[in-house]
Design a binder for this molecule. Sequence first.
Ligand code: NAD
Ligand code: TYD
Length: 362
Amino acid sequence: MKTILVTGGAGFIGSNFVRYMLQKYPDYRIINLDALTYAGNLENLVDIADCSNYIFLRTDIRDREKVNQVFSAYDINYVVNFAAESHVDRSIVEPEVFLTTNILGTQVLLDAAKKQWLIDPEDKYCKEYKSDVKFLQISTDEVYGNLGAEGMFTESTSLQPNSPYSASKASVDLVIRAYHKTFGLPVNITRCSNNYGPYQFPEKLIPLMINNCINDKELPVYGDGMQIRDWLHVADHCSAIDVVLHKGAYGEIYNIGGNNEKANVEIVKLIVKTLGKSENLIKYVKDRPGHDRRYAIDHTKITTELGWEPVYCFDQGLKDTIEWYINHKKWIMDIVSGSYITYYEKMYSHTYKKYFNNLRKG
Ligand code: NAD
Ligand code: TYD
């Protein structure tokens, strides 16, 4: 049995990935380590919470002692690191937590993995690791910065991040590269384009617009709405991560994208039309500072070297996503009301302490 430590597994992509892996690999054990910030929500995983090969641990990746305890307690083969502050707008208002979680928190995980996986952790020249281990970092296309009207990001495009969020992700990509080059840590980095699909927190473009539109609220489009993103269904992202985890060559970076460039306002209009509402709901508002104009991913490498391809068509994927939000009104209401955060604060602060006290007692 293989054990995968998924960090940030209570968030949007992480929860989709945990479910995908449990379904596809019933003989794997999945440990979901998540701090349950505002973006983490165990409601995303209620259907699998009782699986015997699934364990949830409420832990902050910045907490070195607890992370080390987790690595000592479980024989971990793979780390898939989703845990991050992920919203660009928040990073403009409050950059510090982006740097501490996304960079320093990831470094804590890297150190713990290195210590646990090295054949001789006391020897600073040792580059020999246990077999079948890997650290997979979930990065983003935003590390490459802004594109003009032409061209696409390849894995060798230079890193030119423009927001505190993308700067934190680019910084830690370099730290991971250094851990591979200096210590030989078996790593991969994936850089994916914008995701959409079920369980996405309604601060991001697509769920925010769906929720506002359902409730006849204004749809705030930044600037002229002609910024372009390359959209990928979260299920396609999960299958790509699976492929890189099992087949990716150590030290390599893989771009993941959907060949699906859309202007923001085009998507908003599609949502309005699908929900049968009026375009009068659209409100052009002041642009985001440092707003990147266009992203586009060239995913030739993962396609030709690892055989991955996206299967979702955007129009159908968006329709399914809208339907999912219509059918999950309570899920979104709980988030918007913030009630689930209060609930989990109460539930897990005690459970967590009890868990580690028991672990210490052996
Ligand atoms: P999300 O904000 O929905 O989820 C992040 C999760 O990380 C939450 O469950 C949160 O509780 C947890 N977390 C945050 N800080 C933590 C900490 N200090 N310790 C432990 N857990 C912590 O994010 P998402 O959209 O699911 O993105 C997941 C990853 O994928 C991120 O690393 C992001 O950079 C990357 N990514 C996202 C997209 C996208 O379109 N959403 C695209 C490419 C890459
Ligand atoms: P977002 O979902 O925040 O993802 P990212 O900034 O990581 O690409 O935003 C996607 C695009 O939508 C981005 O160009 C900003 C734009 N946007 C709006 O126009 N209005 C909004 O209310 C939001 C949240 C985003």
